[in-house]
Write a protein that binds this ligand. Sequence first.
Ligand SMILES: C[S@@+](CC[C@H](N)C(=O)[O-])C[C@H]1O[C@@H](n2cnc3c(N)ncnc32)[C@H](O)[C@@H]1O
Length: 270
Amino acid sequence: MSDEQRMWESGEAYEHYIGRWSRRVAADFLRWLGRPGGRWIDVGCGSGALSAAVLAAAAPESVVGVDASAQLVRYAQAITGPRARFLVADARRLPLRGGIADTCAAGLVLNFVPDSAAAVAEMRRVTRPGGTVAAYVWDYACGMQPIRCFWDAATEHDPRAAALDEGSRFPLCQPGPLAVHFAAAGLVDVETAALTVPTYFAGFSDYWTPFLGGQGPAPAYVMSLAPERRSMLRDTLAARLPVSADGAIELTARAFAVRGTVPGEVPARA
Ligand SMILES: C[S@@+](CC[C@H](N)C(=O)[O-])C[C@H]1O[C@@H](n2cnc3c(N)ncnc32)[C@H](O)[C@@H]1O
């Protein structure tokens, strides 16, 4: 198993680390998207945050989630139940017929796909003319504060961390590049938005412990450190994070969302 695959194999650890915030941003994203009903495809569904939000808030006709991780697909199926169907597949080669979705969305995924243009092209292919293709990604460079604070502390200790910092590794995660990407895929009426959710940690351990779960780039980096380096990083973060009188740490997480429409004549529904 590659390091890349190992980063996405535990639904429980992912939920503690990002899933708890990803569920909040998924709900805000659906409000912004405003596309209730119809057939949905959730690309890079992971532990099912967006699929579950669609089931809860968008009254879909159907939901199909697709992810490269068999473990996360199993987790997503278990938490959403039979109202959604999940497939293990690569975002660049969706095993789905063209034009079957009314809305195809990808939450916090595109920056992790080696050829994100191929993934957006596939999202467009499986969506009918007049349908919506949409995505959101964290603002790693600035507004995703829990992860930004982490990399700022990690790079201070270890020059190797700079090469892993998601803020510099993922230039796609800004409104301009996202819009260019969607327009280059032939989508029209492309729009972007910023979505910000509160991230509340009851204490430092609530912030730090999920980094020990190894899911995602920052936790994978933490688990690659020798114990004494890991303790140094933990102490630096504990000294730097803004802690309220009751010990809580209150930060915010910003994501950038993008949506576009598949051009062409809108097909009549059977
Ligand atoms: C940060 S997680 C996001 C999961 C979920 N969409 C959410 O919002 O919480 C990134 C997901 O992308 C998946 N992924 C990465 N590369 C992929 C690819 N080429 N094809 C399909 N899924 C991929 C990973 O397995 C992981 O589940």
